[in-house]
Design a protein around this ligand. Structure first.
Ligand code: 13P
Length: 252
């Protein structure tokens, strides 16, 4: 039985003061949660504040990106060791916004995933197809390419070190999520593909989460699906009460 995980991706929202206020409001609302892993992914500049605010809790901290090099002349980049130093246990890698807006390709995603694992950070690796891919019937091809290339050269993995996030680009920020059946079908395919890379016990334990227009209202039927092990939440996580409701639904 895979433990559910809910990740709040704040994207480019909440400077330090707002981040602190968010966590202060969020913590009392999720005190009773026992069956769900919760991870917050604030922007880099708020990591230190969130780290401090969650220090006596089981909430995890993730970055929204990272560079694969340990240090060097990479202006504007943040290394895995710097993230560990900032209190992160995880890093979102290959988010579609980075793939699309910052030309992050599968090769870079692969380097980042490997670097994250080497630094004992959980890689939250995102895959997803565009509307155009979908219309052309290429969803499976695109996703299998992203998955195989993203995990290339990784022969063994501790299942706590990888979370796979299926985020169909057409669903992100659109207000219309994939249907539970659609998402579940894709997750089942992704799990089958993982089975071509890793032993069955590993494949069965890796969590595959869904992201794209999740709300407190639509999360329940998504989570009822056997292959959906949690969510990567954007817009709806920005309000602590909303995110707490989502987490609470997952806990039941
Ligand atoms: P929305 O929940 O705003 O659609 O964003 C999803 C996402 O990109 C999370 O990483």
């Amino acid at each position: 039985m895979r433990r559910r995980v809910l990740i709040g991706n704040w994207k480019m929202h909440k400077p330090a003061r707002e981040a602190r206020a968010y966590v202060n409001e969020f913590l009392p609302l999720i005190q009773h949660i026992s069956n769900v892993d919760i991870i917050l992914a604030p922007p880099f500049t708020s990591l230190h504040v969130v780290k401090e605010a969650i220090k006596d809790t089981t909430i995890g901290l993730a970055s929204q990106n990272m560079h694969w090099n340990p240090h060097g002349a990479f202006t504007g980049e943040i290394s895995p060791a710097m993230l560990c130093d900032s209190g992160c246990q995880a890093a979102i890698i290959g988010h579609s916004e980075r793939r699309q807006l910052s030309h992050e390709d599968d090769n870079k995603v692969n380097r980042k995933v490997k670097a994250a694992i080497a630094h004992h950070l959980t890689a939250i690796m995102c895959v997803g197809e565009t509307q155009k891919d979908r219309d052309a019937g290429k969803t499976s091809d695109v996703l299998s390419h992203q998955l195989i290339e993203g995990l290339s050269g990784i022969d063994t993995i501790d299942t706590t070190q990888l979370i796979l996030a299926y985020e169909p680009i057409w669903a992100i920020g659109s207000g219309t999520p994939a249907t539970p059946t659609q998402a579940n079908r894709v997750h089942a395919e992704l799990r089958k593909l993982l089975g071509t890379l890793f032993p069955a016990s590993t494949t069965e334990s890796i969590r595959i989460i869904y992201g794209g227009s999740i709300t407190a209202e639509n999360i329940q039927p998504l989570l009822a699906m056997p292959h959906i092990d949690g969510g990567l939440v954007g817009g709806a996580c920005l309000n602590p009460q909303n995110f707490a409701t989502i987490v609470d639904t997952a806990d039941n």
